[in-house]
Ligand binder design. Structure first.
Ligand code: DX5
Ligand code: ZN
Length: 230
């Protein structure tokens, strides 16, 4: 097991240092996305989380490779591209070319999950897999040795600003001892729910509203980073 339950102050510190903060730009001002990305990068985040929605897998539509390509001009941080799209195998190469460092697909969205993950790896990107809240963890377990990241959805994918589903903490706790890669948690993350997720075994906090909803993004990011230690 890579990350045991938090039992001591020293462990709290260790966990805090390893925590990665990934603001989700879904909650940013889309009329000035470049500046918003610069703002969170200056604010000290580790990863830029980019939510891609196709209006089919989820009932919302966001952006695609032509837009992501331009983000590369303003940021050197890793781009974690969360694909909420049907049959992602058809476009993973385009996302990689546009600058995606991590490509996360949904287990429910691909007819051949294994082939899709192989395609992502062959492109030189890190492979991520995600699951809807109602999808059992057993759906992703067959692919654990093929992925670098598991993204646990703690809201129904599609929109920012929803409430964290505490029942999802059990998925993190169950997954932690079985998986040596990174566990990311996405949806309704704030200081309180972030802390609970880190204590359950998560490594990466994806946060939209709790970062972009605040004037001072550096402070919002710092609060999340400290979440495990408080
Ligand atoms: C939801 C997206 C999330 C979302 C998080 O489908 O995957 O990344 O933007 O936003 P908040 O933090 O507001 O729940
Ligand atoms: Zn996301």
């Amino acid at each position: 097991m890579r990350k045991p339950e938090i039992q001591s102050e020293a462990l709290n510190t260790a966990v805090t240092q390893k925590t990665l903060i990934a603001p989700s730009i879904l909650s940013a001002d889309f009329s000035r996305l470049g500046e918003e990305i610069e703002d969170i990068e200056k604010g000290g985040c580790d990863i830029i989380h980019i939510d891609v929605m196709d209006g089919r897998f989820v009932p919302n539509l966001t952006l695609g490779p032509p837009v992501i390509k331009h983000f590369r001009k303003v940021s050197k941080l890793p781009f974690d591209v969360h694909l909420m799209i049907d049959e992602p195998i058809n476009s993973v190469a385009d996302y990689r070319k546009a600058g995606a460092d991590w490509i996360t697909i949904h287990v429910e969205a691909a007819s051949d999950v294994s082939a899709t993950l192989t395609a992502i790896g062959d492109l030189g990107a890190k492979r991520g897999i995600s699951l809807r809240p109602m999808t059992p963890l057993s759906a992703v377990e067959p692919y654990l040795d093929q992925v670098d990241l598991v993204l646990i959805m703690t809201v129904e994918p599609g929109f920012g600003g929803q409430s964290f589903m505490p029942e999802m903490l059990k998925k993190i706790r169950t997954l932690r001892p079985k998986f040596t890669g990174l566990i990311s948690v996405d949806g309704g993350i704030n200081v309180e729910t972030g802390r609970a997720s880190l204590e359950a075994g998560a490594d990466i906090l994806v946060a939209g509203t709790s970062v972009f909803g605040q004037e001072d993004r550096a402070q919002a990011i710092a609060s999340l980073r400290r979440a495990a230690g408080k």
